[in-house]
Design a protein around this ligand. Structure first.
Ligand code: SF4
Ligand code: SF4
Length: 131
């Protein structure tokens, strides 16, 4: 999900993770900068204003889906779920910085987010079976 820095031994786990950090939780905020917005605008070939209109909530964070997941998180996958991987915000690229990712060892956080991940995967799998 992230653009890994070679010097961080922790970011390698992002490749195998369903993106626990991509769900909005109380007290956690994803800050989107003007530079991030411009990168996303160029990615979609639309204006910065259009990015703000379609994807930004308030001044500086992404809208989320009903389950609290980032608007760009792809359903039906258990890893590599970021729909704008190459253009993702700097905070997404940097997290969990140079520390072990708290989402991978906090039972409390995993208890909240894992059911959402499973529901997203199940609903998408069922939808593809019904087609
Ligand atoms: S929850 Fe942690 S390991 Fe998983 S994608 Fe986010 S930063 Fe990477
Ligand atoms: S932009 Fe991508 S990495 Fe960042 S929160 Fe959204 S889905 Fe996750």
């Amino acid at each position: 999900m992230k653009e890994h820095k070679k010097d961080s031994k922790y970011r390698v786990f992002c490749n195998y993770c369903p993106g626990y950090c991509c769900y909005r939780l109380p007290g956690a905020t994803l800050y989107i900068t003007a530079t991030d917005i411009n990168r996303i605008a160029r990615h979609f070939n639309i204006s910065d204003g259009e990015v703000r209109k379609r994807y930004i909530e308030g001044k500086n964070t992404f809208k989320v889906k009903a389950d609290g997941s980032c608007i760009f998180l792809i359903d039906g996958r258990l890893n590599k779920r970021c729909g704008i991987h190459l253009a993702s915000p700097q905070q997404c690229k940097d997290f969990p910085y140079d520390e072990a990712c708290v989402y991978l060892y906090s039972e409390e956080l995993l208890e909240i987010i894992s059911p959402k991940v499973e529901a997203s995967y199940r609903s998408s799998s069922l939808a593809s079976v019904k087609r």
